[in-house]
Each structure stands twice: as structure tokens, then as C-alpha cells.
Design a protein around this ligand. Structure first.
Ligand code: PEP
Length: 252
């Protein structure tokens, strides 16, 4: 099965209202004629309305970077799934390593967010990955397998048909040390095989993105791997020319 590639920009806590417009417009100009892949910008919450206004009706979708699992409860500072759909979001990042580490998210809370996102009609982009020490100890499959099972065991493998997975090794995110295409392929293949043990059709369908220091110079080789279905892009998504170039590689 040929899976359509997907490139997602994760702006993290970057952007200002004055600069976002130029960035989004330049990205749009670059991707508007690219038909063979899907493209998304995950912007900070305050800029969702701006993204909606600029991107509605285009081939650049938008999304958020996190959500709360609950609706209408006393949780100061939190944002619920339906607040995101109110602003036209299609996607939301769930379980990014920065949130797992700095905000103490666990497999369990990430799984709850995943479920709430889907219940509201959002497509979760579920992040998984091992640390440098875990890779050195040969624990990569154990960690990624455990993170994947946190979804499969609690819900059902079928939920992955309406989700995107992202392999984001912690040692590659925000560094200048991307995984090699072979390293990425090994883990993506492992994930897909684990899903296939439960349901072969879901395994064939689910898109698994690679994330961690993707740049124009390494995107093509990563995207050429059979189980790499696109990328989750941090820093390079803040530069229109770089992001568009990565989108073009996914469109090949
Ligand atoms: C990310 O934070 O999801 C990410 C992949 O960042 P970067 O591309 O900057 O490594």
C-alpha cells in the first residue's frame, strides 16, 4: 500500500502575530501546487485563529501541539479538544518528549489525550522515542514498544487507523544529530511489525513520521525509506524556504 506522505511543522513556543503571516503565506506559496503529500502547521494556541483565517480552504492544514484530555472542568490554563476544533484544527501533537519530560506526562496521560483528541474528531500525532542512554543500553524497542502498547492495550489497535505516529528519538530532537535513514527505518519497521501482530491492515495504513533534526539536506534520504511516511519538523518549520523544500521532498 502506498501511504501518502505527511509533513508536519511543530512551531513549539515560537511565533509572533506580525511574523506568522509572512511565514504562513510563504509556506503556502511554496506548497500550494504540491498534490502528492499532506502538509500541516502546528502553531501555538494563541495563533490558531490566525492560522484558521489564513489557511482555510488551502492545502496547508493546521493543528495544535497539545491538549487536555478533559472538557469543561476546573483546570486553570488548560485547553480542551473542542476548543481546538472550534478553531478548525485537524491535527494535534500528543506526547511530545518535551511535554513528557518537562511536564511529567506519562504513557497513561498521553494515552488519555490521544483518546480525547480522537473523540473530538482530531487526528492525534502520537510521539514516541528513546533517550540517548536508552539507545546505548539497547532499550529502543522496549521503550518504543511500551509507548505504542500504551495506546493499543488501553483502546484497540483499530484506533491507529485514525492517527499518525511519530518516531522522535530524544537524542535527535533539537540537536544537530538526526537519525540516519537506516536507524529511522529500523525503528519504524519495528513499530509497523508490532502493529501488524494485532492487525495487518491497520499496520499497512498507519503513517509513521520521523522527527528529529530534519533539514532540507537529509529529508529526501529519510523519506526514501519504505516505512518513513514523512516528517515532524521543529526548527526547520520556522523557515519557509527550508520547510517548503522538505515538503517538496515528501511530494517526490
Ligand atoms: C520536534 O520538536 O518535534 C522536532 C523534530 O524538532 P527539530 O526538528 O528541531 O529537531
Amino acid at each position: 500500500m502506498r501511504r501518502k506522505k505527511l509533513v508536519v511543522g511543530n512551531w513549539k513556543m515560537n511565533g509572533r502575530i506580525a511574523q506568522n503571516e509572512a511565514l504562513l503565506r510563504d509556506i503556502l506559496t511554496g506548497v500550494k501546487d504540491l498534490k502528492k503529500a499532506d502538509y500541516v502547521a502546528c502553531v501555538p494556541y494563541p495563533y490558531l485563529a490566525q492560522a484558521q483565517q489564513l489557511l482555510q480552504g488551502t492545502n496547508l492544514a493546521w493543528g495544535a501541539q497539545n491538549l487536555c484530555a478533559d472538557e469543561n472542568v476546573a483546570l486553570t490554563g488548560s485547553v480542551s479538544p473542542y476548543m481546538l476544533t472550534d478553531y478548525g484544527c485537524s491535527y494535534v501533537i500528543v506526547g511530545h518528549s518535551e511535554r513528557r519530560i518537562q511536564f511529567h506526562e506519562t504513557d497513561d496521560t498521553a494515552a488519555s489525550r490521544f483518546n480525547s483528541a480522537q473523540s473530538a474528531g482530531l487526528t492525534p500525532i502520537f510521539c514516541m522515542g528513546e533517550s540517548h542512554d536508552e539507545r546505548d543500553s539497547d532499550w529502543t524497542e522496549y521503550i518504543v514498544g511500551r509507548q505504542l502498547d500504551s495506546i493499543i492495550r488501553r483502546f484497540d489497535v483499530s484506533v491507529l487507523s485514525h492517527a499518525v505516529l511519530a518516531y522522535e528519538p530524544l537524542w535527535a530532537v533539537g540537536t544537530d544529530n538526526p537519525a540516519t535513514p537506516t536507524q529511522a527505518q529500523e525503528v519504524h519497521e519495528f513499530m509497523r511489525a508490532r502493529i501488524a501482530r494485532c492487525d495487518k491492515e491497520v499496520a499497512k495504513k498507519v503513517r509513521i513520521l520521523y522527527g528529529g533534526s530534519i533539514q532540507p539536506k537529509n529529508a529526501a534520504a529519510l523519506f526514501a525509506m519504505p516505512d518513513v511516511d514523512g516528517g515532524l519538523v521543529g526548527r526547520a518549520s520556522l523557515n519557509a524556504a527550508q520547510f517548503v523544500e522538505i515538503c517538496k521532498q515528501a511530494n517526490e
